[in-house]
Design a protein around this ligand. Structure first.
Ligand code: GLU
Length: 304
């Protein structure tokens, strides 16, 4: 497969198309990002990297961090995790309060906000220093020691985090949050504030594609069966209430964030990350989705 030619062709074509969508601005610090950044990085399980555009610039990974959070919590709790959070697509916005009330405080899945709050709560209960454990894991999996939280972004979100606070309060009323609400919020906002480049993000997700290698990073171990489950959750729930659309158009498990990043994997083959900050109404990067749809169309290869 000539990935270099395919990625270059896609980049040129998408970059030349009319800008669409808006940079997310409900976290004031994220509104400052230059809207027309665009990068694509693909890493194969054989170790080749193909990248083009703004692939060495850091951006806020936001909800993509939920997959790392899930990996830590699943590694610690195993299947008992599913007593606290379900594995069904939500079909609702990622921060919907309504669904959580109907379902008595048990989140639909780990990749919507209340799901990630529950996972954050579990790490706060289980670990002496969950902040450090989270950083150690993401540093190890990217092979980059400089990966860090962005305190300004975390603070900026915390200042206006009323909806996340309401979700956690609601779950606490149903007994599905053990720790202090403020502690859960603070940890959750920190993990969302982690910054990575496209190349680092593609590298971080390669182990979810590379099933031949044991998954073991900074003490976080997952079995092949657990990776299968995480990938299934990404396919069904990784793109907010546009997960069906993403599976329909792209056909790969993945995760998006409102910082404009998308990462997807083709099991046993590659991991690919895109970054373009203009997002659609559902919260997904428009250029990123378009580029990935073109990738699986042109390679004629997806999980289906
Ligand atoms: N920190 C963001 C929030 O809680 C994450 C949103 C996202 O990327 O989906 O609203």
């Amino acid at each position: 497969m000539d990935f270099k030619q395919i990625i270059t062709g896609i980049y040129d074509e998408v970059k030349a198309s009319a800008p669409d969508g808006k940079v997310s601005d409900y976290i004031p610090e994220l509104a400052k990002v230059e809207p027309d950044k665009f990068g694509i990085a693909l890493i194969t399980t054989k170790g080749s990297t193909f990248s083009i555009g703004d692939v060495e610039e850091k951006f806020s990974i936001q909800s993509i961090a939920k997959v790392f959070l899930l990996s830590l919590a699943f590694s610690i709790r195993g299947d008992s995790l599913w007593e606290r959070v379900n594995v069904e697509p939500s079909g609702n916005p990622f921060n919907s309060v309504v669904q959580l009330e109907y379902e008595k405080g048990k989140p639909r899945n780990p990749l919507i906000n209340p799901g990630a709050h529950v996972l954050s709560d579990i790490l706060l209960t289980e670990l002496n220093d969950p902040y450090e454990a989270f950083l150690q894991f993401v540093r190890k999996i990217t092979g980059t020691r400089s990966i860090d939280f962005n305190e300004k972004v975390a603070k900026s979100e915390k200042n206006l985090g009323y909806r996340n606070a309401s979700l956690i309060n609601l779950m606490k009323s149903y007994g599905n949050i053990e720790n202090h609400i403020d502690a859960v919020l603070d940890f959750y906002f920190h993990i969302c504030s982690v910054e990575m480049t496209c190349e680092q993000l593609a590298k971080a997700f390669l182990p979810y594609a590379n099933l031949a290698q044991p998954f073991d990073f900074a003490g976080v171990t997952l079995t092949r069966s657990q990776i299968k489950r995480i990938n299934a959750i990404m396919l069904m729930c990784g793109f907010y209430d546009e997960s069906g659309e993403f599976a329909f158009k792209v056909g790969l498990p993945g995760k998006s964030g409102i910082g404009g990043g998308i990462v997807a994997i083709n099991p046993k083959q590659f991991s690919v990350a895109t970054w373009s900050p203009r997002i659609n109404k559902k919260g997904n990067s428009i250029f990123g989705m378009r580029a990935l749809e073109m990738l699986t169309t042109r390679t004629e290869d997806s999980i289906f």
